[in-house]
Design a protein around this ligand. Structure first.
Ligand code: 6PG
Length: 250
């Protein structure tokens, strides 16, 4: 994969601390340059510990958080107070403990229909980014064991999208709707960082970063930053099947 930086860490704790340090550096560089930072969050389980870490005493004072705007790469089509909601998870673990002002938190409105929610989020992004184009400073992503990222699932019709957009999709195997940034939109970000750890992700990591390209089966292979780099932060377990030249940090 072009312009990918793969970093492998000894264990989950070292991985999470390095990821937090990377995010803090990225935020402070953007804030220094343009007085703001926009960060697109991922959902699922993997980022939970990262969000708690960023809100902890060690890290909370390292960024002027009120200058950060938060967005979501995808959302489950559930009520805002559902325990399945990615936004609720991020709010509970990080955004509320850090005292982020509400106007800096841009959630996907699941009280609308799935299609309306996608359209409304696209408008919200266009309003925030205005004429500059929707180019996030940093997007965090996770990887599903089946090779999906954000809500770009194997064999979905949105995998062939060519225009950047927010899309809704019905995921058959979950019998559920998701709202997601599509790959062209994600790829406009200045930096993209995957956070993947644990043995259960090892096979998916090896396929996605392997030499064979099969986007339908491994949608995460669609992710290439058109402006910058894609960082893969892995622990040893997630990297254990990977057979590449990797930048291993013991
Ligand atoms: C979600 C996601 C999704 C997630 C992967 C990995 O809403 O579930 O944003 O793309 O990042 O499924 O999830 P885990 O970290 O829970 O394995």
């Amino acid at each position: 994969m072009e312009k990918s930086v793969i970093r492998v860490f000894e264990n989950e704790n070292v991985l999470l601390e390095s990821f937090a340090t990377f995010l803090i550096r990225s935020a402070n560089e953007a804030i220094e340059e343009k007085d703001s930072f926009n960060l697109c969050l991922s959902g699922g389980n993997s980022p939970k510990k990262l969000y708690s870490l960023l809100a902890s005493e060690t890290y909370r004072n390292l960024i002027p958080w009120y200058k950060v705007h938060f967005f979501f790469s995808d959302e489950r089509y559930v009520a805002a107070d559902s325990l399945e909601s990615n936004a609720l998870m991020a709010k509970t673990l990080m955004l509320q403990p850090l005292g982020i002002p509400l106007e800096n938190i841009h959630v996907i409105d699941t009280s609308l229909s799935p299609q309306q929610a996608a359209n409304a989020y696209q408008k919200e992004l266009e309003k925030y980014f205005q004429r500059s184009g929707i180019e996030f400073d940093l997007i965090l992503l996770g990887l599903g064991g089946d090779g999906h990222t954000a809500s770009l699932f194997p064999f979905s019709s949105i995998l062939s999208d060519e225009q950047p957009a927010v899309k809704m999709d019905f995921i058959k195997k979950m019998s559920a709707f998701r709202i997601t940034l599509n790959a062209p939109l994600i790829n406009q970000a200045h930096q993209i960082a995957f956070l993947v750890y644990g043995q259960s992700k090892a096979e998916a990591v090896s396929y996605v970063l392997g030499k064979d390209v099969n986007i339908e089966k491994f949608p995460a292979q669609l992710i290439h930053s058109s402006h910058g780099l894609v960082f893969w932060f892995l622990d040893r377990e997630a990297a254990s099947v990977l057979n590449n030249d990797i930048d291993s940090i013991p």
